[in-house]
Structures are given as C-alpha cells and as structure tokens.
Write a protein that binds this ligand. Structure first.
Ligand SMILES: Cc1cc2nc3c(=O)[nH]c(=O)nc-3n(C[C@H](O)[C@H](O)[C@H](O)COP(=O)(O)O)c2cc1C
Length: 382
C-alpha cells in the first residue's frame, strides 16, 4: 500500500465533481450541476470528513449534445483553487498526454504541491475521444497512445527529479534545455495515477503509476485482475494501489436505495450519452485491443458491447454500491478483501448524498477497521 494521503486501509476519492452530470448518465432533475459554490462546499465537506482526495475528469466537451460533461472546470486550475480552500484533501489533476507538455505539467504540479503543502497528485490519461482532440488540432493515434504516454512520463519524472538541464529525443518528442523549478514538495514525487484498462493501458500503468484503476463486475474476476495488475507492476519493481470507481446510493433501507437507483439510472437514464460514449471509445480502440489477444482487451471490448447487465445510467465499468450503511460496509469489506485499496466515489448529487454517507457509513467503516477516525492533522492550513 502506498502512503500517499495517509494510512487508511480503504481510501476514498471524490470522482468527477468538476463536471456537470458528475459521472452518472442520468437526466434526473437533481443531478449534479457542478456549480462552483457547490464544488467548493463539497470539497470542504469532504476535507472535514477525511476523504483522501478529489479526482476530477479532464474534459473539453460534453458527451455529444448531452448535459453530461457539457460543463467542466479545468483540472489544474481547479486543484490550485480548491487546494487553497481546503486543508488536507489530496488534489489530483488530470493531464491528457497529447495536449499538455511534460514541462507544463511539471511546473503546474509543483505549483499546486506548494500551494497545498504537498497534496498534489497527477492522473495521466492518453485519451479516447477524438472529438476533444480535434478541438486542439491534434489527431489521436489509438495504437500509439500509451507508448507516447510512457515517453511523456519519463520526461516528466526527469523534470521533477531535478538535476542538470537535459535534451530529449524520441519517436514522439524533441525537447531542448529541459529544466523545472520549483520542484514538488512531496518526495520522491506526488502520487501518479493511471486508469488505462486495455492491455496497452495496463502495461503503461504498471510502469508509471502509484495508483491503478480497474473495472469491477464481480469479486472473482476483480480479484484475478488485481493479482494480475500487481504481478505486472512487480515486473517493474512497483507495488501500486488498485482502486475501482463506485456509484454509491446509501439509504436507511435497502428498498429505498434500490428504488432511488432505479429511478435515476433506469427510468431517467441518459441513453444518448451512453451511445456517444460507446461510439467514441469504440472508434479509438487500438488494433491490439480489437484483436482481443489479451484478457484486458477482451474485457474492454465486452464492456463496450455491454447491455442490460446494469442500468444504462450506470457508466460502463463503474461498480454500483446500493443499500443501507451496513450494506455499504459489507461491500467495501469484500472489496478490500480481494485486494482493492479504495474507490473513487460517485453520487448522483454529491452534496445531497455525501452527508448521510459521512454520518452513517464512515463510522461503520471505522468500526470495521477499514478506516480510522479522521482528525485534521495539526498544522494543516494554519
Ligand atoms: C478513474 C478514472 C478516471 C479517468 N479520468 C479520465 C479523464 O480525466 N480524462 C479522460 O480522457 N479519460 C479518463 N479516464 C479514461 C482512462 O484514461 C482510459 O482511457 C479508460 O479507462 C479506458 O482504458 P484504455 O485507454 O486502456 O482503453 C478515466 C478512467 C477512470 C477509470
């Protein structure tokens, strides 16, 4: 387990709070609108509750014509702003490799790390939506995106490691006189995350990340995937944390939770967003993913074709955790039992849902030994 963001056995990030719609494909009227005042209020609430980090989504346009992701705050600037308004919450930023240079990322991450006294984190993504890249005049290469990502990562790490100026020549980049100052506060470096799920994405994450993501469909396959991902990373001398993304509905009774989930994710599902999402992802699959030689690639393709198994308002690959506070704890205990270190939490409307989760589920998670009672560390934000 990494020691980034403390020592809880099962850690939490808030996922997608910078985007309208958050990370739920729903047209329910109370869905997340990502108004700035709400984002701040939510971040401060999460900060006081001991949630480990915010994980925004880097987006440049919405899912087709949908409300979902139509509006999104940019992640580096948001992290600096929220970092100044919180005390302990980790602040991930998300960099699209083909759009952000390593020199910019190194300086921006260091800036956020200084603003927050060591709370910055970097999610490296290689992209999947060609429509967004076209906005920057950049063409996506589905086959090479993770090779470029690894090259980008090496330059970034060299920059934030300090040392003499250097040049870099590779298939992807020709950089001259590279240097960055200040360096990040966190040593050896701020945590790096990657959520690639194709075989190329997983190979990249195994070499570059402290936190990897996988998708969760059932305990057995997820346990196998976690074991496989750790083995892959071990080949590079690494032992990353492994997380999943979870959509949570927590209510006093299971019936209430299930009915609410059905209401927003089935009755009010945003089918057009889902269709756009699948179409765009399908179009950028690497040849190796299409040919499905590796288990990860077969799973990726299956996920794109997924029908019926979960409500359509539930993002493909996102694990729904629906039930009472005790159900939530049971589920998370099992997740921890198969080797997961935490999850990126999603709620339909974070501000409506987080207080009950904090009030009822968090103390039970402490009693179950998955988390410790949160006390704001002395000196934070004084
Ligand atoms: C937790 C999580 C966060 C992600 N954040 C972003 C993001 O901010 N921007 C983006 O373009 N893709 C994001 N992705 C998509 C991944 O980078 C990746 O493209 C996706 O998981 C599919 O894997 P593949 O690229 O190996 O096919 C995210 C995925 C997950 C699971």
């Amino acid at each position: 387990m990494t020691t980034y963001f403390g020592n809880n056995k099962f850690k939490f990030g808030l996922f997608g709070i910078n985007c309208s719609g958050g990370c739920v494909l729903s047209e329910a009227p109370e869905r997340w609108n990502a108004d700035w005042d709400d984002v701040v209020k939510l971040a401060q609430m999460a900060d006081e509750a001991g949630v480990e980090f915010v994980l925004p989504i880097a987006r440049w346009r919405g899912l087709g014509e949908s409300f979902v992701w139509e509006k999104s705050f940019e992640t580096f600037t948001q992290a600096a702003a929220l970092g100044a308004l919180t005390k302990n919450l980790g602040m991930f930023v998300t960099a699209h490799v083909p759009l952000i240079t390593p020199a910019f990322a190194a300086k921006a991450i260091a800036t956020i790390d200084h603003v927050t006294k060591g709370r910055a984190g970097l999610n490296i993504v290689c992209g999947w939506n060609a429509d967004e890249f076209a906005m920057h005049g950049v063409t996506m290469d589905g086959d090479k995106r993770y090779e470029q990502g690894l090259d980008w990562y090496k330059v970034f790490m060299k920059l934030i490691g300090g040392g003499p100026d250097f040049d870099w020549d590779s298939e992807f980049y020709h950089f001259r006189n590279m240097t960055s100052n200040p360096l990040p506060v966190q040593k050896p470096h701020p945590p790096i995350m990657s959520a690639g799920s194709s075989s190329g994405g997983q190979a990249f994450a195994a070499q570059a990340s402290d936190i990897m993501f996988t998708t969760m469909h059932n305990y057995d396959t997820t346990r196998d995937t976690v074991t496989r991902l750790r083995a892959l990373a071990a080949e590079h001398g690494r032992r990353p944390d492994v997380y999943v993304q979870s959509l949570v509905v927590c209510r006093p009774t299971r019936k209430e939770a299930e009915e609410y989930y059905h209401y927003f994710a089935a009755e009010h599902a945003d089918a057009e967003s889902l269709a756009y999402f699948k179409r765009q992802k399908d179009a950028t699959l690497a040849k190796s993913t299409r040919s499905g030689d590796a288990a990860a690639d077969r799973a990726t393709v299956a996920r794109m074709r997924e029908t019926g198994e979960r409500y359509p308002g539930n993002f493909p690959g996102m694990n729904p955790i629906i039930g009472t506070p005790d159900d939530i704890v049971d589920e998370m205990t099992k997740m921890h039992g198969i080797g997961l270190n935490g999850c990126a939490l999603v709620f339909l409307n974070y501000l409506n849902e987080l207080p009950y989760f904090v009030q009822e589920a968090m103390p039970r998670l402490e009693r179950a030994g998955l988390r410790e009672k949160f006390v704001m560390p002395a000196g934070r934000g004084d």
